[in-house]
Ligand binder design. Structure first.
Ligand code: ADE
Length: 429
């Protein structure tokens, strides 16, 4: 492989003095007279050595499924599968990711209104936030869509809750506070999460939360309208979502209340043996708060689980502000929390970056195969997926910041689910 040498950012002039400039000129003149190997030696660490190959000369890789080795199955649903994968090629070679594979045909079947709503990819492209899963790449084949996401080895938050039974209020307030920041950020970007529920909250290696699964989000709350389909768990859904009586960002604060109730008591506030009865309870049943809850949590639960969105805490124009000021969160330093400087209550018991011990063995024991999918879409239907392909800007930004593992390997040097368990998914394009 040929190696080219490029001086980057004039890192020679560390103190910016004139003297240095003269020295550099002399250095360069000397180098011009050197052979290739001597020149590399003379330049030492102050240069970037870039192998000349497809990835460096033409960095916009065209990715496909064959660029990823399937290692494990992490989850499955009506939509498709999530795999643990290792990237085989180019940038990020050898790096571990989660790969979500969606069947176009299934998505098209659920499509109700192409004009109003957009898919997960668009939202994840727009959103880069400490508590929201990062999308690195997206691509498609004739029949499937592929999302390459950061892998979150900590598994579902509610697996930890199931193990503990209930959380102490301080533990709950940490997770609920990180979720509050994530929702506040989504709202500020015009996105309603709408489907906040236990299986969509995963933990990263350190134990911080990350929201995943943006399949049901409304992309724009500024043009909010009646919603369409929903399926799967409804226990965490706001009454106005169930009655389709219009919904704004307050729906997410209701869901946060149901999660909080679940964390502190072991079950969501309104549940029954079937969907219909659960729905009735969500719409009409009295909220019963166990006596062992503190005054602060009882007060916050009552304020979040108000059926009328306008009187619900968070339902105003100041969105998350009143939640963040509530006494339940009195121990939270919001700035430290945002900076991920608050130590999470549990550190996931994982041994390496590809550890899948926090995921359900029903999935991880399966042989990972990206099954062939017969249904071919007509060209006109396939047009819906135009523009799906994506490479995160961070991938390009890191090119040159030493931020990509594969680059350093290329000798780049620069000084330089219970109700908690059901799967739900519905796509709206
Ligand atoms: N990253 C994004 N989705 C994920 C999932 N379901 N499991 C693990 N990591 C993920």
């Amino acid at each position: 492989m040929a190696t080219g040498i490029f001086q980057i950012e004039g890192d020679f002039h560390k103190d910016g003095s004139d003297e240095d400039d003269y020295e550099i000129s002399d250095d360069i003149q000397e180098m011009e007279e050197m052979d290739h190997d001597h020149m590399i030696e003379a330049l030492g660490d102050d240069v970037e050595k870039v192998p000349l190959c497809q990835e460096t000369v033409n960095p916009k890789e065209k990715l496909g499924p064959s660029d990823f080795d399937l290692l494990k199955v992490l989850g499955k649903g009506g939509y498709g599968k999530v795999f643990l994968v290792r990237k085989r090629t180019g940038r990020d070679a050898d790096k571990i990711f989660a790969m979500k594979v969606l069947k176009k045909a299934t998505i098209v079947r659920n499509q109700k209104d192409t004009a109003h709503t957009k898919a997960e990819r668009n939202i994840l492209e727009a959103i880069k936030f400490p508590f929201i899963v990062d999308l690195l790449y997206a691509f498609q084949t004739g029949k499937k869509l592929y999302l390459i996401l950061e892998y979150l080895p900590g598994g579902e938050l509610f697996m930890h809750l199931e193990r503990e039974g209930v959380f102490l209020e301080d533990t709950a307030s940490f997770y609920l506070a990180e979720i509050t920041l994530a929702l506040e950020h989504l709202h500020s970007e015009g996105i309603i999460y709408r489907d906040l529920k236990p299986e969509n909250i995963l933990l990263d290696l350190k134990g911080h939360i990350k929201l995943t699964d943006f399949g049901l989000c409304k992309e724009s709350i500024f043009h909010a309208d009646r919603t369409h389909t929903f399926c799967g768990t409804i226990e965490y859904m706001a009454p106005e979502v169930l009655t389709r009586s219009g919904h704004g960002k307050a729906v997410d604060w209701w869901s946060l209340g149901t999660l909080m109730f679940d964390m502190l008591t072991g079950a969501p506030p309104f549940c029954s043996e079937n969907r219909k009865k659960t729905q009735e309870k969500i719409l009409k049943a009295k909220l019963v708060l166990p006596p062992y809850l503190t005054a602060e949590s009882r007060d916050l639960l009552r304020k979040l689980l108000k059926r009328h969105p306008d009187s619900r805490l968070g339902g105003g124009t100041d969105d998350a502000d009143p939640l963040k000021k509530h006494a339940f969160f009195r121990h939270i330093d919001w700035k430290d929390l945002y900076d991920r400087n608050v130590e999470p209550p549990f550190k996931p018991a994982v041994s390496c970056e590809e550890d899948v011990s926090q995921f359900d063995q029903r999935f991880t024991k399966e042989t990972p195969v990206d099954s062939p999918c017969d249904k071919m879409l007509s060209d006109s239907v396939d047009k819906i997926f135009q523009g799906f392909t994506y490479v995160a800007p961070s991938i390009f930004e890191n090119w040159g910041k030493g931020g990509c593992q594969s680059f350093s390997e290329l000798h780049l040097s620069r000084s330089l689910k219970s109700p908690r368990k059901t799967q739900a998914m519905s796509f709206e394009f």
